[in-house]
Structures are given as C-alpha cells and as structure tokens.
Design a binder for this molecule. Structure first.
Ligand code: HEM
Length: 112
C-alpha cells in the first residue's frame, strides 16, 4: 500500500479513537460494549498504520516513536476508565488531551 494510504488511515483512526474516547466520558453505561469495540478497532488501526509508515520511511525505532507508543497505550486504555471512573472524568479527559497533543507534537518536533 502507498504511504499516503497509511497517513490517511493513521489520521482517520486517530480521529475515531479520540472522538469515541471523549464520548465515553459522557455516554450512558449501555453504550460501553459498542464504544469499547470501536475504540479497540481504531487503536489497532492507528498502531498498524503507524508501524507501516515507520517501515515505509525506513526510520527504525527513534525516541519520538517510543513516546508516541506510550501515548497510544494510554489513549487505548482510557475508554475503560471513562466508564468506570465517572467521578474523575475531568482528570482523565485532561490526561487524554495531554497524551494526544504529545503524540502529535512528537511527529513535528522529533526531539529524540
Ligand atoms: C503506535 C503508535 C504510533 C506510531 C508507531 C506512530 C507513527 C507515526 C509515523 C511513522 C508517522 C509518519 C511520520 C512522517 O510522515 O514522517 C506518524 C504521523 C502522525 N501521527 Fe502517529 N504514530 C502512533 C500514534 C499516534 C497517536 C496516538 C497520535 C495522536 C493522537 C498520532 C498522530 C500523528 C499525526 C498527527 C501524524 C502526522 C500526520 C500525518 O502525516 O499523517 N500518532 N505517526
């Protein structure tokens, strides 16, 4: 597949992952199964497209990708906190935002 395809897939799955993660913080409990499934697929596609781009670009595994991987892991598990810890929703939403912004910044700043 072309690099552009992975770029589009990466960004699209991140949009879905973030949108449904933030929805989860306010969604009724009965939506949990569906939302966990959607964010799970989106997280998997983000991961696959990210590593596919790494391969295509012959970048190896630089430090900024390691940071993105940690952000990805944090965002992927956030949905379970969103349904189970409603009282701390504000804090978890802030953490989600910080993780997403850090992951985006890593692509452009590449400090390591
Ligand atoms: C498994 C985790 C991830 C890996 C391995 C990964 C890897 C990559 C790679 C290799 C690129 C292309 C860089 C280039 O074109 O030179 C990229 C682009 C990008 N990534 Fe990730 N990424 C991951 C997770 C994330 C997450 C969690 C976010 C945001 C929440 C994110 C946001 C972006 C953005 C905004 C771009 C630039 C837009 C684009 O050119 O498509 N990534 N990522």
């Amino acid at each position: 597949m072309k690099l552009t395809t992975y770029h589009v897939l990466h960004l699209s799955s991140i949009i879905v992952l973030l949108a449904y993660t933030f929805y989860a913080f306010a969604a009724p409990a009965e939506t949990r199964k569906r939302v966990v499934m959607i964010t799970g697929v989106a997280a998997l596609l983000t991961f696959i497209s990210g590593f596919a781009m790494l391969g295509k670009l012959h970048l190896g595994f630089p430090g900024w990708v390691a940071v993105k991987l940690v952000c990805w892991l944090g965002l992927s598990v956030m949905v379970s906190f969103a349904y189970r810890r409603r009282a701390q929703a504000d804090a978890f939403m802030l953490v989600s935002l910080v993780l997403a912004i850090t992951a985006v910044a890593m692509v452009f700043v590449r400090p390591f």
